[in-house]
Design a protein around this ligand. Structure first.
Ligand SMILES: *[C@@H]1O[C@H](CO)[C@@H](O)[C@H](O)[C@H]1NC(C)=O
Length: 355
């Protein structure tokens, strides 16, 4: 019977990528919401609603969880209206990605001080895009020589090259949490990042130290007295402000649109600014924690007659998973997929037969 259930599932065109966990009508396959439902013959019990449950699972328990879930789904199928279920698992093996935080702010806004504090107190690794470029050029490496050539010939170094340098440094550092200081400073930097990195790293967000020019200017002139930096004089300070404002404003707008910017008032004393930096880091950490969980999802097919609300299903499964695996090991969310028309999912009676 079990074998025939699996065949039943497969015969409806569901590409199984693993063995069916229970040998019942649950197939492991790529997450491909809704599109896998097309082409089901419209006969027999029709499903009008798909509840998609998304789990983020601690990779250490992912295998146990998957087995448990396959059994637990059968409990969910006892709920009113439920007709069938399918377990969707990712094809690629899961590897946690390093988490990256971008740090922006005008010259003298206090970025450097806050970065040091984050490194010291939160264990982040600090990388400065500018320093890396300078280091690569003086190292004589193949990549460094290439960059040098470009600069000597007065050509602009392709952004892919410089971003690759940054990404290699992040990966080579082996760090799980990285502050990238002074990047992305313009929209060209952003597109280079997207091309090279894609989603191989998780960007938690942007720390932006906001400070009026008068304050930054005063700080830089003060620093210029002792820093020995030739560019800490009034004329080049004004020039740096201008470039900065012109180039970085669109970058901030871009990330603000994605609600990734933490704007921090950098005028206040270091301790007050630090309190805000720390709060932002805590938020980024929550985002990174979610990204270090293995995604697993389930589709539940329901006649919606009578309906069981997706929120209720989520609450049940979350409670059961916490009881089984402990607090925080599994996060659950759910949504109702919009289905146009109705389709046949899995025959309720056929499913029951395999319990
Ligand atoms: C960002 O853009 C600047 C200005 O075009 C460029 O000099 C720099 O190399 C870029 N940074 C990276 C890491 O690509």
């Amino acid at each position: 019977m079990r074998g025939s259930a699996l065949r039943w599932t497969l015969s409806r065109g569901v590409a199984a990528i693993g063995t069916s966990v229970l040998g019942c009508a649950i197939a492991l396959r790529d997450p491909e919401p809704a599109s896998c439902l097309k082409g089901y013959p419209v006969s027999g019990p029709s499903s009008k609603v798909v509840h998609e449950l998304s789990f983020g699972v601690d990779p250490k328990i992912a295998v146990d969880f998957t087995w448990w879930l396959a059994t637990y789904v059968k409990t969910l199928l006892q709920l009113p209206g439920m007709q069938g279920a399918k377990l969707l698992a990712p094809t690629a093996p899961f590897a946690p990605k390093p988490g990256v935080v971008f740090v922006l702010g005008g010259p003298g806004a206090g970025k450097g001080t806050q970065c040091s504090l984050i490194v010291e107190k939160c264990g982040y690794t600090h990388l400065s895009a500018g320093d890396l470029l300078r280091a690569a050029r003086s190292s004589g490496s193949a990549q460094g020589q290439m960059i040098d050539e470009y600069i000597k010939e007065g050509k602009i170094v392709p952004v892919e090259v410089t971003v690759k340098l940054l990404v290699d440094a992040i990966k080579e550092s082996g760090a799980q949490r990285v502050l990238v200081d002074g990047f992305p400073r313009n929209t060209n930097n952003v597109s280079g990042w997207q091309q090279v990195v894609g989603d191989s790293l998780t960007v938690g967000g942007v720390l932006f130290y906001d400070c009026p020019e008068e304050v930054m200017q005063e700080r830089l002139l003060e620093r210029g007295k002792t820093s020995g930096r030739t560019d800490d004089n009034l004329e080049s300070i004004k020039k740096r402000f201008k470039t900065y404002a012109m180039e970085t404003t669109p970058v901030l707008q871009y990330y603000e649109h994605q609600q990734l910017v933490h704007r921090i008032d950098g005028v206040r004393p270091i301790d007050a600014v630090w309190a805000d930096s720390k709060a932002a880091i805590d938020k980024f950490e929550a985002c990174f924690a979610a990204a270090t969980k293995q995604p697993i999802s389930v589709h539940l097919y329901s006649s919606n007659d009578p309906p069981t609300a997706v929120a209720e299903v989520v609450a049940r499964v979350a409670k059961a998973a916490t009881q089984k695996f402990g607090e925080g090991a599994v996060v659950v969310s759910g949504r109702e997929l919009a289905i146009q028309g109705s389709f046949k999912a899995y025959g309720y009676e056929e499913l029951r037969a395999f319990d």
